[in-house]
Each structure stands twice: as structure tokens, then as C-alpha cells.
Design a protein around this ligand. Sequence first.
Ligand code: URA
Length: 431
Amino acid sequence: MVEPFDVVDLIRAKRDHGTLSSAQIGWMVDAYTRGYIADEQMSAMAMAIFLNGMERTEIHDLTLAMVASGERLDFAGLTKKTTDKHSTGGVGDKITLPLAPLVASFGVAVPQLSGRGLGHTGGTLDKLESIPGWRASLTPEEFFSQLESVGAVICAAGAKLAPADGKLYALRDITGTVESIPLIASSIMSKKIAEGTAALVLDVKFGSGAFLQDPAIGRQLAETMVRLGTDAGVATVALLTNMNVPLGLAIGNANEVRESVEVLAGGGPADVVELTLALAREMLALAGHPDADVEKALANGSAMDTWRRMIVAQGGDPDAALPTPQHTQVVTAPRSGVLVRQDARPFGIGAWRLGAGRARQEDPVQHAAGIDLHAKPGDTVTAGQPLFTMSTDDDARFERALEAIEGSYEIGDAGTAIQTGGALIQGRITA
Ligand code: URA
């Protein structure tokens, strides 16, 4: 086969602020997926894109080329409408767990193809795997049948969906090129477009626990992704949400499942409930249920019923005891006052170091490891009161976890400004 382009010319063009054509981008993604373009060449291209950005047309072409690198799912045979959500990732972000069954309890289908955690942000599949018996891998037949019967499915995305992104994301992870709007937007949206959902709500996070710290940059990412989804025929809306403080009180795996079940039982921390309800309303509005009473579905047990059916359908026992840690260590307040700061990222790194996350994709996680917060910014605390509990199966991990968390929270006098970066939901972006 005669290759139509030379990748070095394309790298030079991007390095020198040029614009790549559709044909060039389509070829590049295909040639990289089949191994003709080497990782070192694609690394140089990723860095050129990271440094110089991409035009709107290039981001569009890159996204569609990654979709075309693999399979596309087709939900035309389902009797239910499909609606999905994607979060750009954060600390304590367990929202998918209560959200998918809540939305599905209104008779729509939520095909939630999820990943595992890498770095300081957790993975939905890792959390659910702390439920005894639950399995993340479904055959295509099981997946479609569960969508039709239960409505909610949270399972592993097969390697056949946007494989170019799988390869490129792994490369970005080790070349310092993750935090780039064109690369993040095309990576996320290629998977969602290939997944075939009719509607999509994006939870775009900014702040210390997110990929992008600055809310203005978060907004640009949200706008880019909403445009990509809309152009591809997916009804897409984004909420811009604050990830400066951990979401809820649980950071880990089993403890996040426990907190999600509390939300499904009508309780749970106020921020987790607020975000779950806001995202559910958006997903249901896009699926033709603008007046769905989502609070009622949490209060009357219908979301919980769907959760239980979803867990059972994937082999899990919703009544089984969740794993407990072999060691715990409580950190107490060094003085009385008000908790004025609690940075998400160090707590995410701390939970990860305790064993809740993995350093390499093939590493196992400890399902009982993590952090349980006992106070949130704005709470009054007294000296000696527990601030948070760390859990792990390997007590040698406490020291490094504490090193990560050291200095990331602060107790001030009453009246000191609370540093959370403002409201939880800070914007709504539509096409
Ligand atoms: N999640 C993704 O799937 N891709 C990115 O680039 C960042 C977060």
C-alpha cells in the first residue's frame, strides 16, 4: 500500500502552527492505529497539538477519525430511548452509581460504558467490583438484554470502541500531553459517539481535583465537547462543576458504593444528592421526560429497586457485606475552629496511595482502601475531633498517604473565608 502522506510533514506542519486537512487527520489516525506511525512520532504530534492547539474543524476530524477506528454500537433495536452521562473525572466522584439507576427508573436506557481508575481519580468499575459477585464484562447480548429489561447497565467498554483513542490516551498519559482541550474533547467524544447514545450529559469538572484547574478553560472544554456531540447528532448538554473539594464524604471504592446506596435510600451527602439530581434532570429532559420527579424516585425507593436489579443482573449481591479494611487510622483536628479548606487532589492522591487506585493499568486495587471524611469546609470542629479516617490493607501505606494530604486542609477562626471556589454547579452549556 502506498501511504498518501508523510507523518514527518504533518508533525512539522502542526509544530509550525499549520492546520491539518480532514484527509491528513483521517490518514494519521488510521496509520497510527494499524502501527504504521510509530509511538515516538505520535508523541511528537500530541505535543505539537498540546502546545499549539487545533482548529475547530481539526478537532471535529480527529474525533470522527477515532470513531471510525473501531466499532459503533447501534441502539435502533431498543424500545427505550438512550441517554448517558460522562464526567471528566474527579475525587469522590461516584455519581454514576446512583445516577444510572435513578434515570433508568423512568423507563429510559442508560448505556454506561465505563473505565477503571488511573492516577488520582477513581474508576467506576473498580468501585462496583467491591460488590461481591458483580462483574464488569458483559457480552453484547447480555448488554442489550439488560438495557431492555433493567434500563441501566454500567460495564466495561470493549477494546473495539474507538481503539485509536485507547492507544493515543495511553501514549498521552506517559508523555505529559493529557491536559489539552482538543485531545481531551476528541478522546471523550469519540468514545461516546461510537457508543451510539442518542443523548449525552457531560459533567465537566474544573478545580484542584480535575484535569483542568481553571473554570474558564473548563468552560472551553465543555463548549468544544457540546459542539462535537451536537455535530455528530447526539443531543448534548454540559454542566460545569466545581472539583476543588472532594465530592461527598467517601473517597475510595467500597466506601463510595456505600455512600451511593445512602443516596439511593433517600439520604447521603448534600453535594452528591445535588449533582445526582441535576444530572438526572438533564438526562431525562434530553430523553423526553422534562418533568420527571427525580426527588420522588429517590424518596419512594424506585431508583433503589432499579439499582438492585442492575447489580443482580451483573451477578452481584446487593445485600452482601462490602469488604472492610485490615487497618484504619484516624486523623483528628489539631485545634478548634472552622474547616476552611480541603483540597480535592491531595485527598485523591492520599486515597490512591492507600491502595484505592492503581499506578499501572494491570495493577489490582484494594476495594476497602480509601478515605472517609468526617467534616467538610464550613463545618465547625473541636480540637481532637476526627477529621478523616484512612483505610488500607497494608499499614505501611499510611505514611505516604499522609505526606500527600499534609497541608491540604486548614482550620481557621470563625469568620475566616471558606476556600471552596464557590457553588458546586457553575454553568450549563448547550448547543
Ligand atoms: N478521559 C478521557 O477519556 N480522555 C481524556 O483525554 C481525559 C479524560
